[in-house]
Design a protein around this ligand. Structure first.
Ligand code: NI
Length: 192
């Protein structure tokens, strides 16, 4: 996709997320909710498994050429930084990668992909309908983009969501956030 079209898509996705967050402030729509997915070891995982932690969630797909590796790299570097400054707080943050391409991203594929990032990164996949629902509930967006030869890529929102220990939405970060800034924000938001 060319740069101009991509920036239009990114702007539209930001508005989409912002709409959900703004509606949440009015008490009508909130981000978050229950899910039933499968982790990189094939083990069933639900939102309840992450109660008490601060899930730091990113939606993407393992074949993503740029946005996903960069964002997961930022999350990893931010947690490494927080580990140095406030190890107890770092330990309470659970980084999570949820695929928007469950057809190609099975547990084994995700497992080998996330090995390049933070050692505590949890990778989640699941049934297409469940991925569709969790993506929507958490304010994310994705859309397949056909490519030559019958292949496809995925356009997707690139923000990083921070949820609280009761599963509540706390805040989100744009994909352009730096590791240093993300670490600082996490240090402020995570309870001692
Ligand atoms: Ni991506």
């Amino acid at each position: 996709m060319n740069t101009r079209l991509r920036s239009l898509v990114v702007a539209a996705l930001s508005l989409y997320l912002w709409g959900a967050v703004a509606a949440g402030a009015a008490g009508e729509v909130t981000l978050g909710g229950s899910f039933h997915l499968i982790d990189q070891d094939g083990k069933p995982r639900t939102d309840a498994d992450f109660r008490g932690a601060y899930p730091l969630i990113y939606f993407g797909f393992t074949r993503c050429p740029d946005l996903c590796p960069r964002s997961l790299g930022t999350m990893t570097a931010a947690l490494d930084e927080l580990e140095q400054r406030a190890p107890d707080k770092a330990g309470r943050v659970t980084p999570i990668f949820i695929t928007v391409d469950p057809e190609r991203d099975d547990a084994a594929t995700i497992k080998s992909y996330i090995a390049a990032f933070h050692p505590r990164l949890v990778g989640l996949t699941g049934a297409a309908e469940e991925i569709d629902r969790v993506t929507r509930d958490y304010g994310a967006f994705y859309a397949p983009v056909p490519q030559q030869g019958g292949d496809y890529a995925m356009d997707h929102s690139g923000f990083i969501l921070l949820m609280g220990p009761a599963g509540e939405y706390l805040t989100h970060f744009e994909s352009s956030v730096g590791a240093e800034e993300l670490a600082r924000e996490l240090e402020q938001r995570v309870a001692p």
